[in-house]
Ligand binder design. Structure first.
Ligand SMILES: Cc1ncc(C[n+]2csc(CCOP(=O)(O)OP(=O)(O)O)c2C)c(N)n1
Ligand SMILES: [Mg+2]
Length: 664
């Protein structure tokens, strides 16, 4: 923790004005974008980086760097300008000149993975802030394992009015306060402006009291008074048992003399005339996309300080007794160990053939996984006993002890998913979290960002159909699977039995750049995979579970709890001399990725019947032309599960009848 005293602050006005100039010029060149937020927060950013941030642009993934999250992602030019000025090697001036253009890293909103130094994709308001809570949580959890010597960093957030209005902010403010995340410092860009105009038109919230009520340390400063901002950040850093919020009163578009303070600077170019006036007002005579060397020098000093800190950290790591364990925690899980453990476990399952709900099967798989991989971080949105996400060896993560590995997310699905994004992005842990499948949509915004960013987060979603029974249609998903299968870069697994559930976990854990959903039954399901194979069949997406002797008359395709129904239907058809193969299709996305020869070998050329207790949408690639579908066409109902399956006609008899209709 460097004391800010030795730092040269004389160039901070210039450092801030460089951000302003680059932002207004880039937005003007693109003829689109948001100059207001970067110009308004430039002073805060200059102080934060110049006096506090610990980052090394030459080692952008250094584990113990401070995290900076521009949660008001429309202000992306702030991030690009800073990263250019700091000297990130992938952010040359050409990138800024081509802001928002095809093929450049400077996307409209900061995209994780597009350029170095972007810690999280932001733009959907509230997400960056919420993921930052996950980063700050992961920092404390990692610190509890490896100590201050190796893990000792802050997470800084700039959040706008919009981030604080979004509902997810309520969830994570409460969570962060409860968990006493003292390394989290949120700088609120309190400019009293959103797109529609003054915040007066839509909110009278006392944000400071809201944060205080949730247990935060709160300060308020003039966001253009650099000494005041610095003093507040210093105090916030010293408060170690509470997260901090600093309300920074700012003027949106600061420096544009005729437009600042108004919503007109939020999301439109300033125009040549106003830009010329701003250059005068800011005393920034330099041509567009030109920065004097002395300003670069000031920013590069930040990078040099970070580099020295990183080198010192490298030396500590090299000498640390925890070195191997630390590196293991940051690396991909040990695939060989995972495979060996799952293989032995599957062999036993196939021999014992237990009939269990796949949610229970998930817990059984987790017992094996959590005993094998040291860095899973489990949790549930207050449904631990239903989602079965906790295993015997797990202990709670609490404000007084972060050494546990089970997170009580509370009834906060959106917050949970966003926090899990932050944990995954921070590194050190593989997060998984549970709720009912129907409530996945409460957290959809964060799921979509996990998929877009390509992070390993695993959603444990139980009670996945009318099979949950009496809780009724409010709790019975029918459209949910289809809607997530439609989401790019998300694997939706719906395992049919205890063995497939183990394979689904094994596959999900290996996808470093793809989040996974496990859709799991409440009700017991027989073990269908009674012959052990070491190969992960679920990872193929779909496979032949039972072949028809002597050629197929029909292929029955099911997922999850309905594979059992397909198997029974095949028996019924066999009684009538009709040869039916049964295909289990636990993951449509992974099947779509197989080669044509494999797909053809699984699907065959006989007519097909699909069965799933959900809507048909999304089944077309599996079903082809000559096919029928047995499933749901509307919402469910409240009754015992067995009755519901009969009522909605999702039965072996119905599947057999559909098959006969196709082949007659
Ligand atoms: C979830 C979400 N809803 C709506 C938007 C569209 N949007 C972008 S910026 C903005 C207003 C944000 O106001 P504020 O955070 O105060 O930013 P400022 O205008 O001060 O820059 C809105 C509604 C969005 N990006 N994300
Ligand atoms: Mg605002």
């Amino acid at each position: 923790m460097n004391a800010p005293t030795q730092i040269d602050t004389s160039a901070e006005d210039l450092m801030a004005n460089a951000i302003r100039a680059l932002s207004m010029d880039a937005v003007q060149a693109a003829n689109s974008g948001h100059p207001g937020a970067p110009m308004g927060t430039a002073d805060i950013a200059a102080v934060l980086f110049n006096r506090f941030m610990k980052i090394d642009p030459s080692a952008d993934k250094w584990a113990d760097r401070d995290r900076f999250v521009m949660s008001a992602g429309h202000g992306s030019m702030l991030v690009y300008a800073i990263n250019h000025l700091l000297g990130y090697d992938d952010m040359d001036m050409d990138q800024l000149r081509n802001f928002r253009q095809m093929g450049y890293r400077t996307a409209g909103h900061p995209e994780y993975g597009h350029a170095k130094g972007i810690e999280v994709t932001t733009g959907p308001l509230g997400q960056g802030f919420s993921s930052a809570v996950g980063m700050a949580l992961a920092e404390r959890m990692h610190n509890a394992r490896f100590g201050d010597e190796l893990v000792d960093h802050y997470t800084y957030v700039i959040a706008g009015d919009g981030c604080l209005m979004e509902g997810v902010s309520h969830e994570v403010i409460d969570f962060a306060g409860h968990h006493g995340l003292g390394r989290l410092i949120v700088l609120w860009d309190d400019n009293q402006i959103t797109i529609d105009g003054s915040t007066d038109v839509s909110t009278s919230m006392n944000q400071k009291m809201r944060f205080e009520a949730a247990g935060w340390h709160v300060q308020a400063v003039d966001g253009h008074d650099k000494e005041a901002v610095a003093a507040a950040i210093q105090v916030a850093r010293e408060v170690t048992d509470k997260p901090s919020m600093i309300a920074c009163r700012t003027i949106i578009g600061f420096g544009a003399p005729n437009k600042q303070g108004s919503h007109s600077v939020h999301g439109a170019p300033l125009g040549d005339e106003e830009i010329a006036a701003a250059r005068k007002a800011l005393d920034w005579p330099h041509a567009p996309f030109t920065v004097p060397q002395e300003v670069y020098d000031a920013w590069h000093a930040v990078s040099a300080r970070g580099r020295a800190a990183r080198e010192a950290w490298e030396s500590r790591l090299a000498a640390s007794a925890h070195k191997d364990a630390f590196q293991t925690s940051m690396a991909n899980p040990d695939a060989a160990a995972l495979d060996a453990a799952i293989d032995a476990y599957k062999a036993k399952l196939s021999a014992d053939a237990p009939k269990v709900a796949t949610r229970k099967a998930s817990q059984m798989a987790l017992e094996v996984i959590n005993a094998t991989l040291p860095n899973t971080a489990g949790g549930s949105a207050d449904l631990t006993g239903s989602n079965l996400t906790m295993t015997g060896d797990m202990t709670d993560v609490t404000a007084s002890d972060f050494s546990g590995n089970y997170i009580r997310y509370g009834v906060r699905e959106h917050g949970m998913n966003a926090i899990m994004n932050g944990i995954a992005l921070h590194g050190g842990f593989i997060p998984y979290g549970g709720t009912f499948l129907i409530f996945a949509d409460y957290g959809r915004g964060a799921i979509r960002l996990a998929a877009l960013m390509g992070v390993r987060v695993i959603y444990v979603l139980t009670h996945d159909s009318i099979g949950l029974g009496e809780d009724g249609p409010t709790h019975q998903p029918v459209e949910v699977l289809a809607s997530y299968r439609a989401m790019p870069n998300l694997n939706v697994f719906r395992p049919a039995d205890v063995v497939e559930t183990a394979e689904a976990w094994q596959a999900a854990l290996k996808f470093e750049n793809t989040p996974s959903m496990l859709s799991l039954s409440r009700q017991g399901l027989p073990c269908l995979r009674t012959e052990h194979v070491a190969e992960n069949m679920v990872a193929k997406g779909a496979y032949v579970l039972r072949e028809a002797e002597g050629g197929r008359d029909v292929t029955l395709i099911g997922t999850g709890s309905e594979v059992e129904i397909a198997m029974k239907a095949a028996d019924l058809l066999a009684e009538e001399g009709i040869k039916a193969a049964v295909v289990s299709a636990p993951c449509f996305e992974l099947f779509a990725a197989q080669d044509d020869a494999y797909k053809t070998s699984v699907l065959g050329d006989a007519p097909r019947v699909g069965v799933e207790a959900a809507v048909e949408q999304g089944w077309a690639p599996l079903l082809g032309q000559n096919a029928a579908f047995v499933g749901m066409t509307g919402f469910g109902a409240s009754a015992p599960a067995g009755e519901l399956y009969k009522h909605f006609g999702i039965t072996a008899e119905a599947v057999a009848a559909a098959a006969k209709e196709l082949i007659k």
